[in-house]
Design a protein around this ligand. Sequence first.
Ligand SMILES: NC(=O)c1ccc[n+]([C@@H]2O[C@H](COP(=O)([O-])OP(=O)(O)OC[C@H]3O[C@@H](n4cnc5c(N)ncnc54)[C@H](OP(=O)(O)O)[C@@H]3O)[C@@H](O)[C@H]2O)c1
Length: 405
Amino acid sequence: MNTILIVGAGGVSSVTAHKCAQLPEVFHKIHLASRTLSKCHLVAASVRQRTGREISTHHLDADNLDESILLLRTLRPDLLLNLALPYQNLTLMDACLATGTSYLDTANYEPREIARFEYKWQWQYHERFRKQNLCALLGSGFDPGVTNVFTSFAAKHYFDEIVELDIVDVNGGENTESFATNFNSEINIREVSAVCRHWENGQFVESPSFSTHRTFSCPEGIGDFEIYRMYHEELESLTQAYPSLRRAQFWMSFSPTYLRNLKVLSNVGMTGIQPVDYREKSVVPLQFLKSLLPDPGSLGESTTGKTCIGCIIRGTKEEEHRTIYIYNSCSHESSFAETGSQAVSYTTGIPAMIGAKLMLQGRWFEAGVWNMEHFDPDPFMEDLNTLGLPWSIEEHDPFLKENRP
Ligand SMILES: NC(=O)c1ccc[n+]([C@@H]2O[C@H](COP(=O)([O-])OP(=O)(O)OC[C@H]3O[C@@H](n4cnc5c(N)ncnc54)[C@H](OP(=O)(O)O)[C@@H]3O)[C@@H](O)[C@H]2O)c1
């Protein structure tokens, strides 16, 4: 009897809850807990309506260690899926250690006061998870997550050695909002505003955010997009797992309107993460901005178009140079029709479900704290194909002009 506890009731969590409910043979009992109980009720009602399954809902402030331990002791899940925010990662990992529960998340821990994306805090838990025979799977979303698995799948089946990696994340979706982020706006703006870092000849090299860009032609007629180089957390674990990588870069598409709005907001200090005094109250500008922006979970109904996220991997096979491009494209409209959420939540929520499934089945279970590329990519790739995120492989380099459609 497998029991899971999903923490957080936002866009990603809602997709994961729906997809877990579609697999009763794996997920026997599903609990959902979050800070705002009414949001858990909304997710549970949608899951009931779409799948006929009941999930139990609970209130939890996951910043509170005692409260988290108490809930885990009461529910005794086999696995906790942390789909709240990166701020809660360490508290929830501590609660898992205190109660003998395995752990999964989709984004690395960030302290509230510095926007630094590093695994070092969570990797320090490795020995404690190992000693208790518990498994923690880090970054089981799309990027990080599927991008790590695409890379390890390519390294396993297509190359003797991989030397260059370009991860390209395009959201070709459009909606009626003048400025909206496609997942939690506080976390999203912290991430995209950070100094850019990419891997070059054995070290990370810094450059100003949004300073390097190029045009990318997506396959399947999705279109041409301006993509900007930025730092993303999977670069840290992948460059360690594959020391043969000479260069590793992450690129994301942004529309001119998004960039213009972000620049203005940043110029006037609205993206700041340090508290400021306002009428004798302490206010964090970015948190106030988040309260004004559309809830990404509510964008599903009005978003059209597709996401297209993939990895371009260059290396050698039997001493010949080789390049492959592995990607998934996902429609906002069909994601919404199936789960009530747009494709960015959908493409994150499904890998969280697949990671949980493989852990519970014992196929991706090893005591310790692991990133996705540690495990055999094959069962994960099979599940992506059958459980909602089919992928394609093309043997060419989409960064070369002559290969553009
Ligand atoms: N790897 C990937 O590909 C990827 C892509 C997108 C997002 N993500 C990650 O996925 C996570 C969820 O994103 P999202 O877009 O679903 O965010 P979201 O819609 O803002 O949902 C976050 C949820 O967490 C809850 N929460 C926040 N603080 C909490 C606390 N102290 N205790 C309990 N619950 C708390 C929120 O509750 P309230 O409603 O009360 O605020 C909300 O229900 C984030 O960590 C994000 O970085 C990963």
